[in-house]
Design a protein around this ligand. Structure first.
Ligand code: NDP
Length: 329
């Protein structure tokens, strides 16, 4: 097919200086794969912000179409599981990092990477959840596996007004947890309470160097921030509690001690969405369909068009985006 479609392309010159441009591609320009999808909705995740701005080495193949997740309709398939007209979701597997990603009218990927769009969810809904929301669900599932149920006590969500944080609050509150939301944007308190937070605390309470142990405040947590924030969250976790670590919005280091682990039996649960096996993904999307109040998606997301992607990517690395940004292609 020779029809052209718009795509965002990030490139690098001989001096490794990165540039971003909008180009016209055809399907012949796409990378290898056994399923071609018409991209109907995508999103701007923190990782996409890093890829487009070049602030961290997310892109590992040049040039590249970024965009780590999309939802759309199969237009061509030689994969046994998928045929023309199927509605699908993709996130992770290196798409938007080493394989041409979502910021194009078409994407060609491996059929094994796709999951079906859950019943009752539109491509727009699925991307209002997106990688951030699916990661939040993985974190909640990890806490549950560790026995952190609502009766065990409050749970803390850091980076609360961001994408992972907003969806985590929505899911946890729907499940009956007492959610303590930590944010650097106090003006977002009404938004966080609307999503289901029972209490809102200032990011500053958790951003100073942590003591090995501090007053016990929560049984569990979902952390998007890392560094001193995660260290403080661990030091304030009650006996036998667990914290799911999924992000590094504040930094990649973890200036902590072993005290919470060896004196309070606290567990640190690692969350990776990119290479999560297919059965885990299917379960996470099933749970999203069941445990995320879809009405909250309109509260926690806003829509932009293709032309808004680069600006939103810059904003997200500057911590200026609230909730989720859906790109309607
Ligand atoms: P967002 O930018 O939407 O949210 C991050 C939030 O963290 C911000 O909204 C802000 O919340 C807070 N924050 C930002 N900068 C700082 C800082 N310097 N110090 C303290 N808090 C800060 O990103 P996402 O929600 O999409 O992603 C969150 C993190 O999770 C990212 O690091 C991302 O890379 C990671 N991630 C990991 C995945 C995995 O597979 N493990 C998958 C998806 C995301 P507030 O203003 O409320 O304080």
């Amino acid at each position: 097919m020779s029809d052209t479609f718009k795509a965002i392309l990030v490139s690098r010159d001989a001096e490794k200086k990165q540039s971003v441009e909008v180009v016209d591609l055809t399907e012949a320009d796409l990378m290898e794969g056994d399923v071609t999808v018409a991209v109907e909705a995508t999103t701007v995740n923190y990782k996409d912000g890093l890829a487009i701005t070049g602030k961290a080495p997310v892109v590992r193949r040049w040039p590249l179409v970024p965009g780590i997740d999309f939802a759309g309709t199969v237009i061509d398939s030689s994969h046994a599981d998928w045929r023309k007209g199927d509605k699908v979701i993709l996130n992770g597997w290196g798409v938007g990092e080493t394989h041409y990603g979502a910021y194009a009218g078409r994407a060609r990927v491996k059929g094994d990477w796709l999951v079906p769009l859950p019943d009752g969810m539109s491509p727009h809904d699925a991307m209002a959840v997106g990688t951030a929301g699916y990661t939040a669900m993985l974190a909640v599932m990890a806490l549950e596996r560790h026995g952190i149920v609502p009766d065990r006590g409050p749970v803390v969500v850091t980076g609360a007004a961001g994408g992972v944080g907003s969806v985590a609050i929505s899911i946890l509150s729907t499940l009956g947890y007492h959610v303590i939301a930590s944010t650097g944007r106090n003006a977002e308190s009404p938004y966080l309470i609307d999503l289901g937070a029972a209490e809102v605390i200032s990011r500053d309470e958790l951003s100073q160097p942590a003591k090995p142990l501090a007053k016990e405040r929560w049984a569990g947590g979902v952390d998007s921030v890392g560094t001193h924030t995660l260290a403080n969250v661990l030091s304030m976790t009650t006996y036998g509690g667990a914290i799911a670590a999924c992000g590094l919005a504040g930094g990649m280091d973890l200036p902590s001690s072993v005290a919470p682990f060896i004196l309070r039996g606290v567990s640190l649960l690692g969350i990776d969405s990119v290479m999560a096996p297919k059965p885990v993904r299917l379960e996470a999307w099933r749970r999203i369909g069941k445990d995320l109040d879809l009405n909250k998606l309109s509260t926690l997301s806003r829509s932009i068009g293709f032309d808004g992607i680069v600006g939103a990517a810059r904003d997200i690395v500057d911590g200026k985006i609230r909730g989720r940004v859906v790109v309607d292609m």
